[in-house]
Design a protein around this ligand. Structure first.
Ligand SMILES: [Zn+2]
Length: 168
């Protein structure tokens, strides 16, 4: 992961310092830690009437050419639901309606640090699926025939979803 080198308020070089309970990047000129937080991202489990899940093949790093759930980082001013539906539209061309929140989790990314994921279920959607931004292919997969998934946290959302279906 790329480290921040300078204070983004005053441009003074940052150093590591123990502050407020943990090691943090610290600006001696501002006399303040640089507070860093997880990055929120939204993703979607979209299933078709055969109960297969829609996955996209990544055309960008990290994990290029592996499959994952449609999704991405939230933009400023969006709700998690808006982010999820925007990413779905950008990556698959589909317009969906969120049925419910499936779960949230954290993921440690070598690229971005800690990512907080928010996963929604979509079973009503319209449009023809077509790979878009950051995706070079897409397909529906049965739960017993999944390809290699890029992110363990996505795999867990998928597994939890199908397990909950079997119980209910
Ligand atoms: Zn500063």
């Amino acid at each position: 992961m790329r480290q921040k080198t300078y204070c983004h308020f005053c441009a003074h070089p940052l150093r590591e310092k123990y502050a407020e309970g943990r090691m943090r990047l610290f600006c001696d000129r501002c006399n303040e830690p640089l507070y860093e937080n997880p990055i929120p991202a939204a993703c979607v489990i979209l299933t078709n009437p055969q109960n297969q899940v829609l996955l996209v093949k990544r055309s960008v790093e990290p994990k290029k050419n592996l499959w994952c759930l449609p999704g991405g980082f939230m933009e400023l001013g969006e709700t998690p639901q808006q982010s999820a539906m925007r990413e779905l539209r950008e990556e698959t061309g589909l317009r969906g309606r969120i049925e419910r929140l499936l779960g949230t989790d954290s993921h440690s990314s070598a690229f971005y640090g800690t990512v907080t994921l928010i996963c929604f279920l979509v079973r009503k959607y319209e449009g023809e699926p077509e790979p878009g931004d950051d995706a070079c292919d897409l397909a529906f997969f049965a739960p017993d025939n999944l390809p290699e998934i890029a992110f363990a946290v996505h795999q867990k959302f998928i597994r939890d979803y199908y397990q909950s279906m079997m119980i209910s």
